[in-house]
Write a protein that binds this ligand. Structure first.
Ligand code: ACO
Length: 337
């Protein structure tokens, strides 16, 4: 395939050639959760906007969700998995600590030519993966790349903690990135940021080398998500607003040029606060958190695929992707479709 002429910087432009997503069948509603913990549909809806989420089957791992989303993205891109040269899976809920979930996905897809690895950047992971893949394609190091955000958060949630268990869900989203030809859309800009000083605000404290799970601490559920929600909320609004502005500016655009914003799907109130400050119309923001809750690294990827397949994005449109998560991490990208 002929590639586009290099840009002024000497890099190949990169585009999204196809998207895909996969959501497990089982639906868990707010009413279902109210039978597990002291909560209500009213509290969850008004505080978050979430109505229901999907829960993977016991024998369905993060890699299985990722591979289903990947197959759909490859099919839409018209690229056979055998022709992938790079697979990056963004996840905080890997099948195993090692090898990476990307290795299982490579095997499940039969993508033997692809080098495969994971990135761990929580909800920002899909956009971190996008910038890494874009860089490797742009500099000529790799050709066709698959990026996936996939999570089985239900396996890492404390189902007795109402502060967290109502927020999360399972799912996967994927995109195939390729060199862009003349006249095709491309990724215009991307940003990434990290503040490790805030690591304690949102983490899975146990199960790693700092705190192995042992017989004596097994009851404490340390290998589940712990979050200081109110603090995270404040950081999320500020970081996502800044990241959005940076991506728009670096792309040489104005907020009014953005046709669709696809934000991380954690909380409707966070999204509302960002839109207010960005002065983007609410109609130009894609929201599906009511159906899926917060699927961490998968959220922006699933939303991108749904927006794409629902015809919310047309060739030439400018879209803004923006995410925020544990780390703390944040990331954004402006794309011409
Ligand atoms: N049902 C009923 N009451 C509840 C529930 C629940 N599920 N959860 C908490 N409450 C109670 C609390 O106990 C508290 O009661 P109190 O006042 O008697 O102490 C009250 O509701 C208010 O609790 P807050 O935590 O202050 O509620 P807040 O309005 O901040 O909403 C939320 C909590 C939804 C978690 C919000 O803070 C939030 O969305 N934070 C950001 C989450 C996020 O973006 N995370 C980043 C990505 S996730 C990742 O990276 C994996």
């Amino acid at each position: 395939m002929a590639t586009a002429p290099t840009t002024d910087l000497g890099f190949r432009p990169v585009r999204i050639a196809g998207t895909g997503s996969y959501l497990p069948e089982k639906v868990m509603t707010n009413e279902d959760l109210a039978t597990l913990v002291d909560t209500s549909d009213e509290w969850i809806t008004t505080r978050t906007g979430i109505k229901e989420r999907r829960i993977a089957a016991e024998d369905q791992f993060t890699s299985h969700l990722a591979s289903e989303a990947a197959k759909a993205a490859c099919e839409q891109a018209g690229i056979a998995p055998e022709d992938l040269e790079l697979i990056i899976v963004a996840t905080i809920t890997p099948d195993t600590l090692t090898p990476s979930t990307a290795c299982y996905v490579q095997e499940q897809l039969g993508a033997e030519k692809a080098v495969a690895f994971d990135v761990s950047a929580a909800c920002s992971g899909f956009l971190y993966a996008m910038e890494i893949a874009q860089s490797l394609i742009a500099t000529g190091g790799r050709g066709n790349a698959l990026i996936v955000g996939a999570e089985k958060l239900s396996a890492f949630v404390n189902w007795t903690d109402r502060n967290t268990c109502v927020l999360f869900g399972d799912g996967a989203g994927a995109a195939v990135l390729t060199p862009a030809e003349e006249g095709q859309g491309r990724i215009l800009s991307s940003t990434m940021g990290t503040d490790g000083r805030q690591a304690e605000l949102l983490n899975i404290p146990g199960g790693g080398s700092a705190c192995p799970i042992t017989l004596s601490n097994a009851e404490e559920k340390l290998a589940t998500l712990a979050m200081q929600g109110r603090e995270v909320f404040k950081h999320a609004v500020n970081a996502m607003r800044r990241a959005s502005e940076e991506a728009i500016e670096q792309a040489g655009l104005k907020p009014a040029d953005i046709n669709l914003v696809i934000p991380h799907q954690a909380n409707l109130r966070i999204i509302d606060a960002i839109i207010d400050r960005l002065e983007v119309s609410k109609d130009d923001v894609f929201i599906n958190l009511d159906k899926y809750g917060n699927t961490s690294a998968a959220a922006v990827a699933i939303a991108l695929d749904e927006a794409n397949r629902q015809g919310r994005i047309s060739p030439g449109d400018h879209i803004l992707l923006v995410a925020f998560g544990a780390g703390l991490t944040w990331a954004s990208a402006a794309i011409q479709w």
